[in-house]
Design a binder for this molecule. Structure first.
Ligand code: ATP
Ligand code: MG
Length: 571
């Protein structure tokens, strides 16, 4: 860190990135352009968001998670989303059945646990904010130990649907843990930042539309993001609390519970709380193993009635029994694209984020939904994928390294531009050129959904022998052109059916099953400007610059490259 005393407080800041989930958290640190996700003292980079108290001693992370079996009542898990909820009735305690239960204390959420050592000490009722403060303290301690210096500040990620109340409650809970929140950034933007940073060395960020599918433990969140000239605009979001990692755990729990019942005269390990907790922990670890290998074991000592249980499952079987959950992810992603008013063909990139994104079948399914040209970034589909469990913490750490030198007010300013919806163009702006067959063709210069102000320049080739170049600037929008396969019309193609795999296709007169062809084509909209550049020399070029200001007014400048002067017009 630099020593220039830029921090307003006078004290030197040491800022990290934190991502906080209902299931896990991660901490990361960016220094000299290098970002690393920090392992805590247990060696974990995905740190379970759980606190547990045993004889007055506080445990967090993986150690607290293992206490879900022996000490569930004094263990608090799945609490992040309860933060700042002022109507107790609006919370969903589904995931808290196997640990401390949320309670209604004057409308806010609290947990009653024994957190003191004395045998006869009364249990404490702790607000969810207090739980968050205690948990954050542990994360900050881990990060400070790593840095050998006290961490003072953080950029923290939050879901896109966190309310203002939830945000201010989180900031207050952090302050109580002696942690300054420099900025809250939205989870999908953090994931995009992590990728953009990794690629920046190779090329400048390109304009594109990105789907971020964040698949966690208790919820899945999808965001459609337009990235234009380094500015991010969230076009649509979708949230789901049913299709997430816990639903996959449940599939495996049911599978092994039924297997156990068959072998052990109907004893159901789901009927007993401790057996259920063991079943859940092991099902989750079997599930993770299935993301890497084709086979995974399941083994629990004394699963129920003192009986040890060991079994195995292969990936194909898992993918079969979990099919309906997997399909839920597809629908969620498709619904977000639709909500943004887009088609899958509009999507340049799909970023898979969150622990559940490690699942190969989910990435494969998404690859099938999107056209081949869409880059699906997940460990199983892309060699350049970044660990989906680390994306958000990385993005937050990068942002922390960028803003830590600023004054509080300036940071405030910079938050809003990047994360909230800013004015943007509905249609593309481009030029019309003539194709060889004399048809008018639209060539985009500024893509739709670009945040304004924006400025782009392109160069057009002059006619072969030089002369006047006529430039027509228009709005353009896309539509999806559907071409039915020829074979549908029972065509006359030869009967080369040899390797047609299944015969239940009505007319399989071609080697590959033909699908209708869908492609994105531009439609020319209203004309914005026309200009002519006179006497361009042979082999010359004309440069067209389009400038759109914050009020969406457009200025077009055309000039011959290397020539002097130009034509300029404001609309
Ligand atoms: P939420 O807030 O939705 O509860 P989170 O954001 O805190 O979740 P993540 O760490 O993103 O949590 O996701 C946790 C989920 O990811 C868990 O269900 C976990 O079992 C699952 N998971 C972690 N690693 C893998 C893996 N390698 N393969 C499959 N699932 C995994
Ligand atoms: Mg998450």
């Amino acid at each position: 860190m630099s020593d220039n005393g830029a921090a307003t407080s006078g004290a030197e800041r040491l800022a990290i990135g934190i991502t906080l989930g209902n299931s896990n958290s991660s901490i990361a640190y960016t220094s000299e352009g290098q970002t690393q996700v920090i392992a805590n003292e247990d060696g974990d980079r995905q740190i379970p968001a759980i606190l547990s108290y045993v004889d007055g001693e506080e445990y967090y992370g993986q150690q607290a998670k293992s206490f879900l079996v022996r000490n569930p009542k004094n263990t608090v898990a799945y609490f992040r989303d309860f933060l700042g909820k002022d109507r107790f009735k609006s919370i969903d305690p589904t995931h808290n059945h196997a640990s401390a239960h949320p309670e209604d204390v004057n409308g806010t959420v609290a947990f009653t646990i024994k957190d003191k050592a004395e045998e006869d000490a009364a249990p404490s009722t702790l607000s969810v904010s207090e739980i968050m403060t205690r948990y954050l303290r542990r994360l900050v301690t881990a990060a400070s130990d790593f840095n050998g210096k006290k961490v003072t500040s953080a950029v923290i990620t939050v879901p896109t649907n966190f309310t203002d109340k939830q945000k201010s409650t989180l900031i207050a809970a952090a302050a109580a843990a002696d942690l300054e929140v420099l900025q809250l950034i939205s989870e999908p933007i953090a994931a995009v930042l992590a990728y953009d940073e990794a690629r920046e060395a190779a090329s400048s960020p390109q304009d594109k539309i990105i789907v971020v599918a964040d698949l966690g433990g208790t919820r899945s969140d999808v965001a459609v993001v337009a990235s234009r000239g380094g500015m991010y605009t969230i076009l649509a979001t979708a949230h789901d609390y049913e299709f997430a990692g816990a639903a996959l755990d449940k599939v495996l729990m049911d599978h092994f519970a039924k297997e156990f019942m068959k072998k052990h005269s109907g004893v159901d390990p789901r009927q007993n709380a401790r057996s259920l907790a063991k079943l859940k922990l092991e099902a989750e670890s079997t599930k993770r193993a299935l993301s890497i290998g084709n086979n995974a074991s399941f083994s629990v000592e004394s699963l129920a009635e003192g009986i040890d249980y060991a079994s195995t499952i292969n990936r194909l079987r898992y993918e079969t029994i979990a099919r309906s959950v997997f399909e839920g992810f597809n629908r969620l992603v498709e619904s977000a694209v639709k909500k943004a008013g887009l088609d899958v063909l509009d999507i340049d990139e799909v970023i898979l984020s969150g622990g559940t994104a490690h699942t190969p079948r989910i990435a494969a399914n998404l690859k099938n939904i999107f056209p081949e040209t869409t880059n699906v970034l997940a460990p199983s589909t892309s060699a350049t994928a970044i660990n989906p469990s680390e994306l958000q913490a990385r993005g937050a750490a990068l942002q922390a390294s960028l803003v830590q030198e600023y004054d509080a007010e300036d940071i405030e300013q910079s938050t809003h531009a990047a994360v909230t919806t800013v004015p943007h163009l509905a249609n593309a702006i481009g030029v019309v050129s003539l194709s060889e067959s004399g048809e008018e063709v639209f060539e985009p210069i500024i893509a739709p959904e670009t945040a304004v102000p924006a400025r782009r320049t392109i160069q057009l080739l002059a006619p072969k022998d030089g002369g006047d170049v006529y430039v027509k600037i228009v709005e353009g929008n896309t539509h999806i052109k559907v071409t039915q396969p020829e074979s549908k019309t029972n065509g006359t193609k030869g009967a080369t059916v040899e390797d047609a795999k299944d015969s239940d296709e009505e007319d399989s007169d071609d080697e590959e099953e033909e699908e209708e062809k869908r492609e994105k084509v531009w439609k020319i909209g209203s004309t914005l400007a026309e200009a002519a550049v006179r006497d361009v020399k042979k082999g010359g070029k004309v440069e067209v610059t389009i400038n759109v200001d914050a009020k969406l007014s457009v200025t077009v400048t055309t000039r011959e490259v290397g020539g002097k002067g130009g034509v300029r017009g404001t609309l």
